[in-house]
Ligand binder design. Structure first.
Ligand SMILES: Nc1ncnc2c1ncn2[C@@H]1O[C@H](COP(=O)(O)OP(=O)(O)OP(=O)(O)O)[C@@H](O)[C@H]1O
Ligand SMILES: [Mg+2]
Length: 252
């Protein structure tokens, strides 16, 4: 009876998930355009947005945002908590479409780019790194078994996790617990960067982790960041000016 009840509840949740409909505007095949290779320009034109579950009369979460980050340029973004920095990255990664204005990548309206292509060309490292139950390899490739072994090693090496990998009992096949229980916050963050490296995007959106890291880990992250951002367009969100300074100085 207990198992049956649990199964019933699970079925209900799966059913709910399958009923979810995307609010993104469907792709108009006649306008569909692919993004160019190399660093991508990111432009916001009069962007206004409000989360759909917010109160009808609540003010928008973003209003009249105009900004251009030239191809290959780096933008440091600072602002008080709740000001909409993360929301801005969600619009650029197209988790949502703006209510007003448009987001352009390399001059192309983001809504005219096939979603899979956009997600391949834009890399996002979120404040809370998502790790799934699986191996280190699965967490790097999201279960894409075709990713070449050498590329995985190179990506981990690139972010400074080479020694860490060498010390793992089963290498790339070492299990990672859901939520990254057996990884430190710094290692999880570096792993997320290695993920982005593998995808080789033209635009990187980086939301600084809210949890404080120790100074040594912070320096490792800065070094990884410097390699990650070279030759790409980037938006770096930080809570303190010196983090942005450090990252941009390395690149200057
Ligand atoms: N999923 C959501 N649904 C509804 N409202 C949200 C959602 N995410 C954020 N908000 C609201 O949108 C506003 C902007 O939030 P956002 O997360 O973009 O801020 P932030 O600048 O990234 O803050 P922090 O510096 O704390 O990370 C806040 O008022 C927040 O309450
Ligand atoms: Mg945020």
């Amino acid at each position: 009876m207990q198992v049956l009840q649990r199964a019933g509840a699970s079925l209900g949740r799966i059913d709910g998930l399958l009923r979810e409909r995307s609010r993104l505007r469907p792709l108009d095949a006649a306008r569909a355009t692919t993004l160019p290779e190399g660093p991508l320009e990111m432009r916001f034109e009069g962007v206004g947005f409000r989360y759909h579950d917010a109160d009808e009369d609540a003010p928008p979460n973003l209003r009249g945002i105009d900004l251009t980050v030239r191809a290959g340029a780096h933008l440091g973004l600072l602002g008080r908590t709740g000001s909409g920095k993360t929301t801005l990255t969600r619009l650029a990664f197209r988790f949502y479409d703006p209510d007003e204005g448009r987001v352009r990548l390399a001059g192309i309206d983001a809504r005219d780019v096939p979603l899979a292509e956009l997600r391949r060309r834009v890399g996002l490292v979120t404040q809370e790194v998502q790790l799934v139950q699986g191996s280190v390899r699965d967490n790097l490739t999201f279960f894409d078994a075709t990713a070449p072994e050498a590329a995985l090693h190179a990506a981990l090496e690139e972010v400074g996790l080479g020694t860490w990998l060498a010390g793992l009992p089963a290498g790339l096949d070492t299990p990672v617990r859901a939520g990254g229980g057996n990884l430190s916050a710094g290692e999880a963050q570096l792993l997320a960067m290695a993920r982005v490296f593998l995808a080789d995007p033209g635009l990187v959106l980086l939301d600084e982790p809210s949890s404080r890291l120790d100074p040594a880990t912070e320096r490792r992250l800065e070094r990884a960041l410097e390699r990650l951002l070279r030759g790409r367009t980037s938006v770096i969100i930080a809570h303190r000016l010196d983090t942005v300074d450090a990252a941009l100085e390395e690149l200057a």
